[in-house]
Design a protein around this ligand. Sequence first.
Ligand SMILES: C[S@@+](CC[C@H](N)C(=O)[O-])C[C@H]1O[C@@H](n2cnc3c(N)ncnc32)[C@H](O)[C@@H]1O
Length: 245
Amino acid sequence: MPEPVIERFERGRRDPRLVLLEGFHALKHALRFGAEVIEARAVDPDAVVVLAQELAPDLTDVLRARLQPVERGEFRALAGQPIATGCVALARRPMVDAKAVLLKADGPAILLEDPRHLGNVGAVVRVAAAAGAGCVVTTGAADPWHPAALRGSAGLHFALPVARIRTLPPTDRTLIALDPAGEPLQPDRVPSDAIFAFGSERYGLSEPLLDRAARRVAIPMRQGVSSLNLATAVAVMLYANALTD
Ligand SMILES: C[S@@+](CC[C@H](N)C(=O)[O-])C[C@H]1O[C@@H](n2cnc3c(N)ncnc32)[C@H](O)[C@@H]1O
């Protein structure tokens, strides 16, 4: 007898090789950027297809083919929480060699040192995908593929390599530290293929990482403001860099 859908999703949520895609936008981005979606369920698949006709016409056919119905009562158990768009899916988490992508990815590499807030990690992934960054690599205890981070990125983890590494390996790439106490940012003086390092929300960058940086760069702020939100700082840096290329 096939395993009941609730048990399959429960097992999927615990399996480190899989990720749960919560809602239409996460599923849309995952499909668009080549995720291997194993199973997709919706309370009302036709309503999701209508949403796709409006918001993602490129995916209408694939969603029509892939979405299977699930009882409203069961849906809550699959998702673990209410989801407005009424769809949820399991996808395979890509295997990423964090060291290789950090050292070789095309375009700017984003290094987050020990980020604590998973919503910030997701927002960083989202803007890094939008701005065409080469990768997002984190250090520290937080898993950048945690469901809360995937929620924050709206599924854009599939648009670029996202991985965790213990420490920054030796590298020939220019390392730029983003530090509110650094020299004022001059985007045309920053190589676009650098590794840009950002510190944790509370403590900023560690001394060892600051010491390794070729430069410490500050995004100008009005007097009295001590720092920008982590994801905002990444967004400013990436777009300042992209717009001067
Ligand atoms: C919320 S901030 C951390 C604030 C921390 N108290 C500090 O002094 O660095 C998180 C990270 O965002 C980056 N950041 C925030 N504002 C910045 C700014 N104005 N210039 C450069 N980097 C900034 C830095 O990498 C910082 O470590």
